[in-house]
Ligand binder design. Structure first.
Ligand code: MG
Length: 159
């Protein structure tokens, strides 16, 4: 099999007193993602897409939230580990496309930095990593600011 596609989805609650970390970038905001790790749902969705492409389960299985090792961990470290597994299995990343759904704050000023951090972690060119942001028109949990969701798809190619 030459090509494998993968899909990932993640959600985190937004609460006061936590950093809002997305794509490895701390976005200034009065609320941040609640989670065992840094709650970087964008990176988590990407990890799940990479694992899913090779039917290797999900990050919850690989990095259990009951393990103190992963408490407040920078999720880019997990992403690096996941990409290492993908390479071990003989695949390279062709491209990744992601979307974060949240009403506020506006993510546009941080998108390029997210793409840079993610592509550096994956050791690919920044042009291979797309990050997009959307609101949900003030509907649903993202729309009222209770949380955010993130979606990722990847295409892997046999090395
Ligand atoms: Mg998560």
């Amino acid at each position: 099999m030459m090509f494998r596609i993968g899909f990932g989805y993640d959600v985190h609650r937004l609460v006061e007193g936590r950093n809002l970390t997305l794509g490895g970038v701390v976005v200034p905001w009065h609320k941040g993602g609640l989670g065992h790790s840094d709650a970087d749902g964008l990176v988590h969705a990407l990890c799940d897409a990479l694992l899913g492409a090779l039917s290797l389960g999900d990050i919850g299985k690989l990095f259990p939230d009951t393990d103190p090792t992963y408490k407040n961990i920078n999720s880019l470290i997990l992403l690096k580990e996941v990409m290492g597994i993908v390479r071990e299995k003989g695949f390279v990343l062709s491209n990744a496309d992601t979307t974060v759904a949240m009403q506020k704050p506006r993510l546009a000023p941080y998108i390029l930095e997210m793409r840079e951090k993610i592509s550096e972690t994956l050791e690919v060119d920044v042009s291979q990593v797309s990050v997009k942001a959307t609101t949900t028109e003030e509907m649903g949990f993202e729309g009222v600011g209770d949380g955010f969701s993130a979606y990722a798809v990847v295409l892997l190619t046999k090395a």
